[in-house]
Each structure stands twice: as structure tokens, then as C-alpha cells.
Design a protein around this ligand. Sequence first.
Ligand SMILES: O=C(O)CCC(=O)C(=O)O
Length: 300
Amino acid sequence: MTALAPVLDAPTAAAVRPLCPVGAAALEAGPAADPKAAAARAMPRKLEFGLSPEQLDAWHRQGYLHLKHVFDPADVAAWHEACQEAEGRADLAHPDNLRVQLSPDPDGGAPRIWKFDPFLDLHTTFGALGRDRRILDPLASIYAGREPRLFKDKLICKPPGGNGNGLHQDYHWWQGFPTSLISVMVAIDPADEENGCTEVFPGFEQGFMTERGKWSELKLEQIRASEGVKIVTEPGDLALFHCFTPHRAGPNKSSRWRRQAFLTYNDAADGEHYFSHRDHYWWYVTRHRDAEAQRRAFFL
Ligand SMILES: O=C(O)CCC(=O)C(=O)O
């Protein structure tokens, strides 16, 4: 495979320029600050699984929502089957495969895949998940009736002993893309403090808190740390959080796996960015490789 070039250049002012006026306004103030603009763009329609006014209000106050028991046990069983199939794909589990990240097997076997990015194309069950109205309708409610457009899909299978994630805003990785990005976390396994659940912090109204073009974690002093909410989930729950919502996840100190899918969408009014994001991601994950290692990289 030939060397991968960045779609966005190394972070510069130009690289973080918002792609649309909606994003530009939100980048300064955060989406919660401009509900009138959202209302002006409203295109109401009937959404079978849309959010209630109370849920929408909570979204605008908090920058996250925990929706419980959205999917059925039968859905969860199908996800587990698909996960088992994907995790068992020895052909994918290669350090040069850009789709996956590997970690040592807690049971001493061959390295295991802990992250698939992307994953929806690996199984029809996963593909259907990305198009499920129980995910799309809550987002369409937030987008004032407009459709969400898939931006990124990843599956994190955090093994016992697996690392956590430091405190960050996702927009940190996505500078230059629309600021309407919202991630939907789909709980596949139970998640709690012991196995490293996701923790979110209100405060997305502050907008993007990192100096433009910089790549750094947030400091606790930058957020209202005491208001952190650990999202303890049952399989079939969803958690939505905005790309400005600070969040982190603890290490997995339990003997249980913690599988969660993260599906990220943008407002369709902001266009289509799935493949430009993927190119950017590939540049990001290979940027420290030497030329030889760049040539070895492949996508399967
Ligand atoms: O694994 C988690 O709970 C959080 C993952 C995360 O923060 C991220 O991928 O941006």
C-alpha cells in the first residue's frame, strides 16, 4: 500500500477552519448557545423514536443523554454473535491492518483485537445497527428533523486489564469537520465503574476548549469535574454525547469485557464526511510510522 497522505494538513489554522457556517457559529459558542438558529432551521416530521421535549431540553443543558433499554435482548444477542465472529477473524488481527488495534490476550493467547474502526461493514447485523431508526430518530430530533449522516463507526472491546481514555472532547480529533457531530454509544456488554464505563461531563456550551490546531487532553481544571456522570449501562442502552462534551473512560479493572460501539453522525445539512474522515484517521494512525512501515499498512 502506498504511503498515506493527510487530508487535513498537520494542524494549522487552515486545517481547523469550520466547513460550514452552522459549524462556525457552534465552534465559537457551542450548539446549546444558539437554540433559535436550530429552531429557524426546523423541519418537523413524525419520528417514531424521536426525543421528548424533556429529553431534548436535557440534551441542550447537558450535552449528553442516557437512553435506557432502547434495544431488546434479541438485538443484544445478535450483536454478541456478530462480535464473536469479528473478534475471531484471525485475518484481521494484524498490526499493519489499519482497521484494528491489538492488545495482549488476557488469557495469554495471540494478541486480541480491542478496537475495530470501522466495523459496520463486518457483519449485516452491524450494518443494520448503523441504519436503525432507534438511533437515527433521536439524532434527527436534535437536528430539527433533518437526517443524521454517518461520520465514523468504531467498536471498542475493552478486555480485562484494558486501558482507559484520558479526558478529551472528540472534536479534538475532528477539527475541521462539522461541529454537529454527535456520538451514539451502544452498550453491548454491561458497563460500570469497575470495567471502565464512559464518563461524561456537562459543559459543552463552552464549545471547543483546546487551542485550535493543538492535540492535547483536557485538564480537570478546564471542566466542572465534580459534575462528571459515569454512564453505567445495561446491554441495549444508548448514550448520546456531543463532540464538545468532555468525556473519558477508566481502565478495565474487572475480569469482564466491556464492549461498546460508538457511532458518530453529523447533521445531513452539513454534508457527507465519512470517507474524508477515514482518510484523515488513517493519516493520524500512521503518522509516526517510517516509510517502510507506511508501505506495509493495509486495510482489511
Ligand atoms: O471507551 C470509552 O468509553 C470512551 C472512548 C472514547 O472516549 C473515544 O473513543 O473517544
